[in-house]
Design a protein around this ligand. Structure first.
Ligand code: GUN
Length: 284
Protein backbone atom coordinates (compact mmCIF):
# COMPACT_ATOMS: atom_id res chain seq x y z
CA UNK A 1 0.00 0.00 0.00
CA UNK A 2 1.25 3.50 -0.75
CA UNK A 3 0.04 5.96 1.84
CA UNK A 4 -2.22 8.87 1.09
CA UNK A 5 -0.51 12.20 1.77
CA UNK A 6 -2.04 14.60 4.26
CA UNK A 7 -1.31 17.90 2.54
CA UNK A 8 -0.58 20.57 5.14
CA UNK A 9 -0.42 23.33 2.55
CA UNK A 10 -3.88 22.54 1.16
CA UNK A 11 -5.43 22.14 4.62
CA UNK A 12 -3.76 25.39 5.75
CA UNK A 13 -5.21 27.26 2.80
CA UNK A 14 -8.68 25.98 3.65
CA UNK A 15 -8.38 26.80 7.36
CA UNK A 16 -6.87 30.23 6.68
CA UNK A 17 -9.88 31.00 4.50
CA UNK A 18 -12.10 30.12 7.45
CA UNK A 19 -9.98 32.36 9.69
CA UNK A 20 -10.18 35.21 7.14
CA UNK A 21 -13.96 34.88 7.17
CA UNK A 22 -13.99 34.99 10.98
CA UNK A 23 -11.74 38.05 10.91
CA UNK A 24 -14.06 39.78 8.41
CA UNK A 25 -17.08 39.02 10.62
CA UNK A 26 -15.35 40.49 13.67
CA UNK A 27 -14.22 43.55 11.72
CA UNK A 28 -17.86 44.13 10.75
CA UNK A 29 -18.51 44.37 14.50
CA UNK A 30 -15.69 46.87 14.90
CA UNK A 31 -13.02 44.49 16.24
CA UNK A 32 -9.81 43.82 14.30
CA UNK A 33 -7.93 40.82 15.73
CA UNK A 34 -4.38 41.87 16.63
CA UNK A 35 -1.22 39.86 17.25
CA UNK A 36 1.98 41.20 18.81
CA UNK A 37 5.13 39.28 17.91
CA UNK A 38 8.24 39.98 19.97
CA UNK A 39 11.68 39.04 18.69
CA UNK A 40 14.74 39.53 20.87
CA UNK A 41 18.09 39.24 19.10
CA UNK A 42 18.84 38.20 15.53
CA UNK A 43 18.59 34.41 15.41
CA UNK A 44 18.26 33.79 11.63
CA UNK A 45 15.64 31.02 11.91
CA UNK A 46 13.57 33.15 14.31
CA UNK A 47 13.69 36.07 11.89
CA UNK A 48 12.16 33.87 9.17
CA UNK A 49 9.49 32.53 11.56
CA UNK A 50 8.39 35.98 12.77
CA UNK A 51 8.24 37.32 9.21
CA UNK A 52 5.99 34.42 8.24
CA UNK A 53 3.75 35.04 11.26
CA UNK A 54 3.36 38.72 10.41
CA UNK A 55 2.66 37.84 6.77
CA UNK A 56 -0.01 35.34 7.83
CA UNK A 57 -1.68 38.13 9.82
CA UNK A 58 -1.69 40.34 6.75
CA UNK A 59 -3.06 37.53 4.58
CA UNK A 60 -5.96 36.86 6.96
CA UNK A 61 -6.78 40.53 7.52
CA UNK A 62 -5.45 40.75 11.07
CA UNK A 63 -3.56 43.60 12.64
CA UNK A 64 -0.03 42.74 13.70
CA UNK A 65 2.83 44.44 15.50
CA UNK A 66 6.37 43.14 15.19
CA UNK A 67 8.62 44.33 17.99
CA UNK A 68 12.30 43.73 17.36
CA UNK A 69 14.64 44.17 20.29
CA UNK A 70 18.38 44.11 20.58
CA UNK A 71 19.84 40.86 22.03
CA UNK A 72 20.97 42.90 25.04
CA UNK A 73 17.41 43.79 26.12
CA UNK A 74 17.07 43.18 29.85
CA UNK A 75 14.55 40.72 31.24
CA UNK A 76 12.87 43.53 33.19
CA UNK A 77 12.48 45.62 30.04
CA UNK A 78 10.95 42.66 28.20
CA UNK A 79 8.56 42.00 31.11
CA UNK A 80 7.54 45.66 31.04
CA UNK A 81 6.73 45.41 27.32
CA UNK A 82 4.58 42.33 27.95
CA UNK A 83 2.75 44.11 30.79
CA UNK A 84 1.99 46.98 28.41
CA UNK A 85 0.74 44.61 25.68
CA UNK A 86 -1.42 42.76 28.23
CA UNK A 87 -3.24 46.07 28.75
CA UNK A 88 -3.35 47.06 25.06
CA UNK A 89 -6.92 46.62 23.76
CA UNK A 90 -5.92 46.41 20.06
CA UNK A 91 -3.75 43.36 20.82
CA UNK A 92 -5.51 40.02 21.41
CA UNK A 93 -2.53 37.68 21.13
CA UNK A 94 1.06 38.00 22.35
CA UNK A 95 3.85 35.78 21.06
CA UNK A 96 7.43 35.93 22.27
CA UNK A 97 9.59 34.11 19.74
CA UNK A 98 11.80 31.44 21.29
CA UNK A 99 14.65 30.88 21.90
CA UNK A 100 15.42 33.96 24.00
CA UNK A 101 18.98 35.09 24.82
CA UNK A 102 20.54 33.14 27.69
CA UNK A 103 20.28 36.00 30.22
CA UNK A 104 16.47 35.95 29.96
CA UNK A 105 14.40 33.31 31.77
CA UNK A 106 11.98 32.18 29.04
CA UNK A 107 9.53 30.54 31.44
CA UNK A 108 9.36 33.72 33.54
CA UNK A 109 8.59 35.69 30.37
CA UNK A 110 5.91 33.26 29.18
CA UNK A 111 4.21 33.41 32.60
CA UNK A 112 4.02 37.21 32.29
CA UNK A 113 1.73 36.94 29.25
CA UNK A 114 -1.94 37.17 30.16
CA UNK A 115 -3.46 33.66 29.71
CA UNK A 116 -6.25 35.35 27.71
CA UNK A 117 -3.62 36.46 25.17
CA UNK A 118 -1.43 33.33 25.28
CA UNK A 119 -1.98 32.31 21.64
CA UNK A 120 1.13 30.08 21.68
CA UNK A 121 -0.49 28.05 24.47
CA UNK A 122 2.77 27.93 26.42
CA UNK A 123 1.56 29.55 29.68
CA UNK A 124 1.25 27.25 32.66
CA UNK A 125 -2.47 28.17 32.82
CA UNK A 126 -2.93 27.02 29.20
CA UNK A 127 -1.02 23.80 29.94
CA UNK A 128 -3.16 23.22 33.04
CA UNK A 129 -6.35 23.89 31.08
CA UNK A 130 -5.35 21.33 28.46
CA UNK A 131 -4.46 18.82 31.16
CA UNK A 132 -7.83 19.19 32.88
CA UNK A 133 -9.95 19.51 29.73
CA UNK A 134 -10.87 23.13 30.48
CA UNK A 135 -11.08 25.86 27.81
CA UNK A 136 -7.68 27.33 26.99
CA UNK A 137 -5.30 27.88 24.12
CA UNK A 138 -3.76 24.77 22.63
CA UNK A 139 -0.12 24.89 21.46
CA UNK A 140 -0.20 25.42 17.70
CA UNK A 141 1.83 22.47 16.39
CA UNK A 142 -0.03 19.64 18.15
CA UNK A 143 -3.31 21.52 17.56
CA UNK A 144 -2.43 21.44 13.84
CA UNK A 145 -1.78 17.69 14.07
CA UNK A 146 -5.26 17.18 15.54
CA UNK A 147 -6.73 19.19 12.63
CA UNK A 148 -4.85 16.95 10.19
CA UNK A 149 -6.41 13.84 11.74
CA UNK A 150 -9.81 15.54 11.62
CA UNK A 151 -9.26 16.35 7.93
CA UNK A 152 -9.11 12.62 7.08
CA UNK A 153 -12.11 11.92 9.36
CA UNK A 154 -9.95 9.76 11.56
CA UNK A 155 -11.67 8.61 14.75
CA UNK A 156 -9.21 8.29 17.63
CA UNK A 157 -11.79 6.54 19.79
CA UNK A 158 -10.04 3.57 21.44
CA UNK A 159 -7.06 3.76 19.08
CA UNK A 160 -3.48 3.41 20.25
CA UNK A 161 -1.45 6.56 19.60
CA UNK A 162 2.30 6.60 20.12
CA UNK A 163 3.97 10.01 20.52
CA UNK A 164 7.74 10.04 20.12
CA UNK A 165 9.01 13.14 21.91
CA UNK A 166 8.14 14.77 25.24
CA UNK A 167 8.73 18.51 24.76
CA UNK A 168 6.43 21.03 26.43
CA UNK A 169 5.69 22.52 23.00
CA UNK A 170 4.81 19.36 21.06
CA UNK A 171 5.13 15.92 22.68
CA UNK A 172 3.38 16.47 26.02
CA UNK A 173 0.47 18.61 24.73
CA UNK A 174 0.09 16.23 21.74
CA UNK A 175 -0.33 13.29 24.10
CA UNK A 176 -2.96 15.17 26.13
CA UNK A 177 -4.94 16.15 23.02
CA UNK A 178 -4.94 12.55 21.78
CA UNK A 179 -6.01 11.36 25.23
CA UNK A 180 -8.83 13.91 25.28
CA UNK A 181 -10.01 12.43 21.96
CA UNK A 182 -10.21 9.01 23.70
CA UNK A 183 -7.06 7.45 22.27
CA UNK A 184 -4.88 5.20 24.39
CA UNK A 185 -1.60 7.10 24.46
CA UNK A 186 2.00 6.00 24.89
CA UNK A 187 4.69 8.68 25.21
CA UNK A 188 8.14 7.62 24.03
CA UNK A 189 11.39 9.60 24.02
CA UNK A 190 15.10 9.39 23.38
CA UNK A 191 15.57 7.07 26.38
CA UNK A 192 12.78 4.63 25.48
CA UNK A 193 13.95 1.01 25.30
CA UNK A 194 12.76 -1.04 22.34
CA UNK A 195 10.87 1.79 20.67
CA UNK A 196 10.01 -0.49 17.75
CA UNK A 197 7.99 -2.86 19.96
CA UNK A 198 5.80 0.12 20.95
CA UNK A 199 5.45 1.81 17.57
CA UNK A 200 4.48 -1.53 15.96
CA UNK A 201 1.38 -1.50 18.18
CA UNK A 202 0.36 2.01 17.15
CA UNK A 203 -2.61 3.01 15.01
CA UNK A 204 -1.30 6.60 15.00
CA UNK A 205 2.33 7.68 15.38
CA UNK A 206 3.47 11.27 15.94
CA UNK A 207 7.22 11.70 15.51
CA UNK A 208 8.50 14.83 17.26
CA UNK A 209 12.07 14.36 18.41
CA UNK A 210 14.06 16.40 15.90
CA UNK A 211 16.18 13.51 14.67
CA UNK A 212 16.22 11.98 11.20
CA UNK A 213 14.99 8.42 10.60
CA UNK A 214 13.66 7.94 14.12
CA UNK A 215 10.81 6.03 12.47
CA UNK A 216 11.53 3.53 9.70
CA UNK A 217 9.21 1.22 7.75
CA UNK A 218 9.97 -1.86 9.90
CA UNK A 219 8.65 0.05 12.96
CA UNK A 220 5.21 0.80 11.51
CA UNK A 221 2.10 -1.41 11.53
CA UNK A 222 0.52 -1.65 8.07
CA UNK A 223 -2.25 0.94 7.74
CA UNK A 224 -1.06 3.20 10.58
CA UNK A 225 -1.37 7.00 10.31
CA UNK A 226 1.99 8.78 10.60
CA UNK A 227 2.43 12.47 11.44
CA UNK A 228 5.94 13.88 11.11
CA UNK A 229 6.69 16.99 13.19
CA UNK A 230 10.45 16.84 12.57
CA UNK A 231 12.38 19.59 10.77
CA UNK A 232 15.88 18.40 9.96
CA UNK A 233 18.35 18.57 7.09
CA UNK A 234 19.89 15.56 5.39
CA UNK A 235 23.53 15.33 4.18
CA UNK A 236 22.58 17.17 1.00
CA UNK A 237 21.09 20.02 3.04
CA UNK A 238 17.54 19.07 2.01
CA UNK A 239 14.73 19.60 4.53
CA UNK A 240 13.48 16.33 6.01
CA UNK A 241 11.48 15.14 8.99
CA UNK A 242 11.96 12.51 11.70
CA UNK A 243 10.38 9.81 9.54
CA UNK A 244 12.02 7.80 6.75
CA UNK A 245 9.34 9.06 4.36
CA UNK A 246 10.13 6.88 1.34
CA UNK A 247 10.10 3.68 3.39
CA UNK A 248 7.20 4.46 5.71
CA UNK A 249 4.90 5.68 2.94
CA UNK A 250 4.82 2.09 1.63
CA UNK A 251 3.43 0.80 4.96
CA UNK A 252 1.26 3.60 6.39
CA UNK A 253 -2.29 4.45 5.28
CA UNK A 254 -1.70 8.20 5.65
CA UNK A 255 1.48 10.21 6.11
CA UNK A 256 2.46 13.88 6.32
CA UNK A 257 5.35 15.00 4.08
CA UNK A 258 8.20 17.31 5.09
CA UNK A 259 8.11 20.01 3.87
CA UNK A 260 4.42 20.71 3.25
CA UNK A 261 2.97 18.71 6.13
CA UNK A 262 2.75 19.76 9.77
CA UNK A 263 4.98 22.83 9.20
CA UNK A 264 2.42 25.14 7.55
CA UNK A 265 -0.21 24.08 10.08
CA UNK A 266 1.63 25.68 13.01
CA UNK A 267 1.19 29.27 11.81
CA UNK A 268 -2.34 28.49 10.63
CA UNK A 269 -3.30 27.42 14.15
CA UNK A 270 -1.62 30.55 15.53
CA UNK A 271 -3.98 32.56 13.32
CA UNK A 272 -6.89 30.44 14.58
CA UNK A 273 -5.89 31.02 18.23
CA UNK A 274 -5.55 34.76 17.64
CA UNK A 275 -9.02 34.86 16.11
CA UNK A 276 -10.39 32.90 19.09
CA UNK A 277 -8.65 35.34 21.44
CA UNK A 278 -10.23 38.30 19.66
CA UNK A 279 -13.60 36.58 19.85
CA UNK A 280 -13.05 36.26 23.58
CA UNK A 281 -13.09 32.48 23.36
CA UNK A 282 -10.32 30.70 25.20
CA UNK A 283 -9.07 28.39 22.49
CA UNK A 284 -10.21 24.91 21.57
N1 GUN B 1 10.24 28.94 18.35
C1 GUN B 1 10.09 27.81 17.61
N2 GUN B 1 8.79 27.49 17.52
C2 GUN B 1 8.11 28.42 18.22
C3 GUN B 1 6.72 28.63 18.47
O1 GUN B 1 5.83 27.89 18.06
N3 GUN B 1 6.42 29.72 19.22
C4 GUN B 1 7.38 30.55 19.70
N4 GUN B 1 6.98 31.57 20.44
N5 GUN B 1 8.66 30.39 19.49
C5 GUN B 1 9.02 29.32 18.74
Amino acid sequence: MTAQLIDGNALSRQLRMEVSQGVANLKAQGITPGLAVILVGDNPASQVYVRNKVKACEDTGMHSVLERHDAGLSQDALLARIEALNEEPSIHGILVQLPLPAHINAQRVIEAISPAKDVDGFHIASAGALMTGMPGFWPCTPFGCMKMLESINYSLQGKHAVVIGRSNIVGKPMALMLLQANATVTICHSGTQNLKALTLQADVIVAAVGKRNVLTADMVKPGAVVLDVGMNRNEAGKLCGDVDFEGVREVASHITPVPGGVGPMTITMLMMNTLLAAQGRLGA
